[in-house]
Design a protein around this ligand. Structure first.
Ligand SMILES: *Cc1c(COP(=O)(O)O)cnc(C)c1O
Length: 409
């Protein structure tokens, strides 16, 4: 990758001129920090002592036997502090912000997981934290908003556009344009202007590095295929990049939503509604119409509900280093239930996309093949969405009773 942060035709830095210097500062600070053994040791210590790394590689014998094909293993990013891989990135960027002498971080969030992760790390490292979040996402993920507030962060609702992640991104960029002297913009995924795609992928690469060293003991060798869900692409970059150039096949899984029509999904590869474009500071495959207008997206999981995608992954797809498939909401819910009942693991709906793809492909493969699925997060945060999707009536009765009791009190 070049200094301009290009990955083939993708990536780059398309930002207002006023941000140019701070973006250059960030790029050199990141490269210096990663070459400094002291910084890397401090980062590793936080990942171990605060977030619980290394996360295990868990065999799924019951699920594998039921499917009657390839053996499935899970990389357990759900066991990170706060329940997702996002912790890896915020620890890296939080420590980098401190190293650069910043006192405040701003963040954008979709599912709320990155907001919570940013608020957690800010509290631990003594940084002030402001989180921009689409008003629609706030409704879908209010429990995460509640926790951000408890952690001392300021949550700013964004009501422009569709009031989801891409609108929150625009607002955060606006803040950064006037606050960069004392503020670090903590982007939550491997997207945006350089150096964010490279930097976030770099901080997340601990996932794949751990799998590389764990696989010989747990699988007896390296895996044949690795699956990861792809929203912005950070958990996928994290597990894929250390395997680049090996014989392991890399498979990304995007949100198939409820159908192939415009606004029914969040697929940027398995569709003809996406094309090369420049938005939000970088170039990638965006879901957009012929005029370049970004299209609405939909997914059962807020974390995969995004119009763009990591330029690193877009370039890998172009070079045939990465196969991109998709899972529809229905298959995702089935995968969620299947993993819960066979292995006793409650996966996030985002991660259940990757599980769904492995479940679809495993039966067609031989019993000697070994698949690793990146279980990016746990499903506790999806309680309300899953109960609603599964039409669990007693859950609604519980909520009604709870509300009635609260009103009386
Ligand atoms: C945020 C999130 C994702 C999507 O983000 P990526 O940058 O694509 O990894 C996936 N899984 C979980 C559990 C998340 O919280």
């Amino acid at each position: 990758m070049s200094d301009e942060g290009r990955f083939g035709q993708y990536g780059g830095s398309f930002i207002p001129e006023i941000l140019f210097n701070s973006q250059q500062d960030l790029l050199s600070a990141y490269r210096e920090a990663m070459a400094d053994p002291e910084f890397k040791a401090e980062m590793l210590a936080q990942m171990q002592q605060y977030s619980g790394r290394p996360t295990p590689l868990t065999p799924c014998p019951n699920l594998s036997q039921q499917l009657g094909g390839a053996q499935i293993y899970l990389k357990r990013e759900d066991l990170n502090h706060s329940g997702a891989h996002k912790m890896n990135n915020v620890i890296g960027q939080g420590l980098l912000a401190k190293r650069m002498g910043k006192k405040r971080v701003i963040a954008e969030t979709g599912a709320g997981q990155h907001g919570v992760a940013s608020a957690l790390v800010s509290a631990r490292l003594g940084l002030e934290c402001t989180v921009y979040m689409g008003a629609h996402d706030i409704e879908r993920q209010y429990p995460n908003v509640f926790w951000m507030k408890q952690l001392g962060a300021t949550v700013v609702p964004v009501t422009t556009g569709a009031a989801t992640l891409k609108d929150a991104l625009d607002e955060a960029m606006r803040d950064w344009s006037s606050s960069f002297n004392d503020t670090h913009y903590l982007i939550g995924t491997s997207c945006g202007c350089a150096p964010y795609p490279e930097m976030v992928a770099g901080f997340q690469s601990i996932i794949g590095e751990e799998v590389l060293s764990q696989a010989p003991e747990v699988l007896g060798r390296q895996p044949d295929k690795i699956y990861a869900c792809v929203g912005g692409g950070s958990n996928a970059c994290g597990i894929f990049l250390p395997y680049k150039g090996t014989t392991t096949e890399l498979v990304g899984v995007e949100a198939g939503g409820i159908g192939d029509g415009v606004g029914e999904h969040a697929m940027r590869f398995n569709t003809d509604q996406a094309r090369f474009g420049i938005a939000q500071g970088y170039a990638t495959e965006f879901l957009q119409d012929e005029q370049g207008q970004l299209l609405p997206t939909q997914s059962i999981s807020a974390g995969l509900d995004y119009v763009g995608v990591s330029p690193i992954l877009a370039d890998m797809v172009k070079r045939n280093e990465l196969r991109m498939t998709a899972a529809r909401d229905e298959a995702v819910l089935d995968a969620f239930k299947r993993l819960a009942t066979t292995e006793g693991i409650i996966a996030a709906l985002e991660s259940s996309h990757a599980v769904a793809a492995a479940i679809a492909e495993a039966p067609k493969l031989s019993r000697d093949e070994k698949l690793v699925v990146n279980l990016s997060g746990r499903g506790d945060k999806d309680l309300f969405n899953i109960a609603s999707a599964l039409k669990d009536a007693p859950f609604n009765d519980f909520l009604a009773d709870y509300l009635a009791r609260e009103k009386q009190a």
